[in-house]
Design a protein around this ligand. Structure first.
Ligand SMILES: NC(=O)c1ccc[n+]([C@@H]2O[C@H](COP(=O)([O-])OP(=O)(O)OC[C@H]3O[C@@H](n4cnc5c(N)ncnc54)[C@H](OP(=O)(O)O)[C@@H]3O)[C@@H](O)[C@H]2O)c1
Length: 291
């Protein structure tokens, strides 16, 4: 299998490349292939003849999307539409990623794939638009994977690293933290998501449409940070705070944990979030992990 990775130098893209096995990966740098350049994307697909295009590119600094809605809509929706159109023209499969932020947050249990989205901010609205565009342009060959709370080696440059590495740095500095206790998520290791993405693509019965791939379970950011502090033996404490699920005037979902039901039916699941976190920390910080 030959895969073209767009946005393939971020934390998920790097793990997709690392876990690709004997697949051939082509991952142009952002400077060489910008997902918003429809002509360049079409030319790359025509020249490379990949079996699958995997789009990891996104404008996902959530507060910045409020300030730059046109850019958010361009990267997260229009570019995804044009990419799906180019894939449809050549009969190429497309995998594109989306977000838990398509949901409104008024749930008590993880959102399944068919649950009704109701985004609360520009970012979520542009992701939902991208999902619809891609599935409308290439209904038979598009897989949309929603995921949540990603962390992986190197972190996401546009988000200032990853949540786990940032907490470890604070733990090392002996800091005490205030962490949001009112937002519940499914934190997910990009390594596990990458492995599951390849498994999904290989599943003989996989169909197009929406999938939720996350490490199993749900926790608040406060619980997640507390577990990081526990695992690295931090001296500091993590205090729960309720920020009203807002950043300034922008709303965030209170509950955006996701349930994997469709991939599970094909035998594709990810391990529980605590196990994935411990494995990440053991790998990244072998000198620190005490539990
Ligand atoms: N991180 C999370 O917590 C999270 C949660 C839910 C869903 N997701 C989704 O999962 C996917 C992968 O996320 P990730 O954490 O791996 O993101 P990431 O580390 O930020 O990687 C995204 C990559 O795409 C690149 N990119 C951005 N705009 C581009 C453009 N116009 N053309 C080409 N490349 C572009 C980025 O370059 P720069 O580094 O130069 O920006 C980066 O290399 C994304 O769709 C993301 O929205 C992420």
């Amino acid at each position: 299998m030959k895969a073209l990775l767009i946005g393939g130098h971020g934390q998920l893209g790097a793990d997709l490349a690392r876990t690709a096995g004997d697949r051939t990966i082509v991952a142009p740098a952002r400077g060489a292939l910008d997902v918003t350049d429809a002509a360049a994307v079409r030319a790359a697909i025509a020249a490379g003849r990949p079996d699958v295009v995997i789009n990891c590119a996104a404008f996902h600094n959530v507060p910045l999307c409020e300030d730059e809605p046109a850019r958010a809509f361009l990267v997260n929706a229009i570019a995804v539409r044009d990419l799906a159109r180019a894939c449809a023209e050549r009969g190429t499969r497309l995998v594109t990623f989306s977000s838990d932020y398509v949901f409104g947050g008024d749930a008590r249990s993880p959102w399944a794939e068919e649950a009704m989205p109701a985004p609360l901010q520009v970012y979520g609205a542009t992701r939902l638009a991208g999902e619809h565009f891609a599935r409308a342009e290439a209904p038979d060959r598009t897989i949309v994977i929603r995921t949540c709370g990603l962390y992986g080696a190197g972190g996401a440059r546009s988000k200032g690293g990853n949540f786990v590495d940032n907490r470890v740095a604070e733990a090392r500095a002996g800091q005490d933290l205030d962490m949001a206790s009112e937002q519940v998520v499914s934190p997910t290791a990009t390594h596990d998501l990458a492995v599951a993405t390849w498994q999904l693509l290989d599943a003989p019965a996989v169909g197009p449409g929406l999938y939720h791939l996350v490490n199993e379970g749900a926790c608040s950011w406060h619980e997640f940070a507390s577990e990081i502090f526990r695992l690295v033996g931090a001296r500091g404490t993590v205090r729960p705070v309720d920020r009203g699920a807002r950043t300034g005037a922008m709303r965030r979902p209170r509950y955006s944990a996701l349930a994997n039901t469709r991939a599970r039916a094909l035998g594709v699941t990810l391990r529980p979030w605590r196990e994935a976190l411990a494995a990440y920390l053991r790998q990244a910080y072998p000198e620190l992990v005490v539990a």
